[in-house]
Design a protein around this ligand. Structure first.
Ligand SMILES: [Zn+2]
Length: 330
């Protein structure tokens, strides 16, 4: 341990400054969040279906019965799709980088580059999107758009963010399920808000009584709040899809202009949701779609049409570590 003038040690100081020590806490908290999401979905469903519309099935008015049946079927379908998308986002692997993956033409070239990197005598230009990227924590090469997730402790392909609500990293292979979860959750909350509107008015007029009244009131308030927040979140992600950009990339300081991954809205959308319209609303990929997504990320060389196979000669070799915008490959 290195002693410091004030008498403390680097290790004891950094212990408090190291935010990554809280990652374990976030993962534990995340598991509680899964239970919270399931409890919220269960509460909203209970307030709408068993407490509000199932009793209407006993009505003598045939139109009320028919309307209630339609509401129950539609709301149950949205709830099931929401839960399916949510659980898919939680359990699906967002896409990992194989330990032996590298962006070079052959093993010999990869070994030579790794050796040069270990001497710390030359640096890649961070402004060049074709630069080889190396994860210092995983000690492996990583492809374009992959980022190291400090909470799961590994590199994730086309990483978007780590989400506490799904206790998982959102990346290449579960981004579609995540967006569908947001979509179905917003639909469910908006429907609940509208379907419980009459009960809400009755509650304020003291006409809604009984043990179910407080739950219906609380669910109405939550549904309104979640509809607004989820709509805003979904709109933000639609903007990101339109530009073929991830949340992490949106906040990158050295973003490229023009953005080289943007292929136009239709192709950007199909890159996430697939080309088959019948499966756009299902939180899954076929094996062929999955293989295509992985190949687009793990293919050798640049995937953005910036040239051929990357080689050492293609990039400037720089030896001054203090040069602005330059650092070891990350
Ligand atoms: Zn990593």
């Amino acid at each position: 341990m290195m002693s410091q003038p004030c008498g403390t040690t680097l290790s004891s100081t950094s212990k408090w400054l190291n935010i990554f020590q809280y990652c374990r806490f976030l993962r534990i908290l995340g598991h509680v969040m899964v239970l919270l999401v399931l409890a919220l979905v269960g509460s909203i469903y209970t307030a709408v279906v068993p407490l509000t519309f199932v009793p209407l099935l006993l009505s003598k008015n045939v139109f009320v019965v028919l309307g209630s049946v339609i509401v129950i079927v539609v709301f149950t379908t949205v709830t099931v799709m929401c839960l399916w998308s949510y659980l898919a986002t939680v359990v699906l692997d967002p896409g990992r980088v194989a330990p032996d993956w590298h962006p070079f033409a052959d093993e010999q070239h990869a070994r030579a580059e790794l050796e040069r990197l270990s001497y710390m005598t030359y640096y890649y230009d961070r402004r060049d999107p074709r630069r080889p990227r190396f994860c210092k924590r995983c000690q492996t090469w990583k492809p374009q758009r992959a980022h190291h997730c400090s909470i799961t402790g590994r590199c994730v392909l086309k990483m978007d963010h780590w989400c506490i609500w799904v206790v998982n990293c959102v990346g290449l292979l579960n981004y579609k399920a995540f967006l569908l979860f947001i979509f179905y959750a917003m639909m469910g909350c908006a429907l609940a808000m509208l379907l419980l509107l009459k009960s809400m008015i009755d509650f304020f007029n003291n006409r809604l009584r009984g043990p179910s009244a407080p739950l219906i009131f609380v669910v109405s308030i939550f549904s309104f709040a979640f509809t607004l927040s989820l709509a805003g979140f979904l709109a933000m992600h639609l903007q990101l899809i339109a530009a073929n950009c991830t949340t992490i990339e949106m906040y990158e300081k050295d973003r490229l202009h023009p953005w080289p991954y943007n292929k136009g809205f239709r192709r950007n959308f199909e890159e996430v949701f697939g080309r088959n319209k019948l499966r756009w609303l299902l939180p899954l990929y076929t094996e062929a779609e999955k293989r295509q997504l992985l190949e687009s990320c793990l293919g050798k060389g640049p995937q953005i049409g910036l040239g051929g196979q990357w080689g050492a000669a293609a990039l400037p070799m720089l030896s001054h570590p203090a040069t602005p915008f330059l650092s070891t490959a990350v």
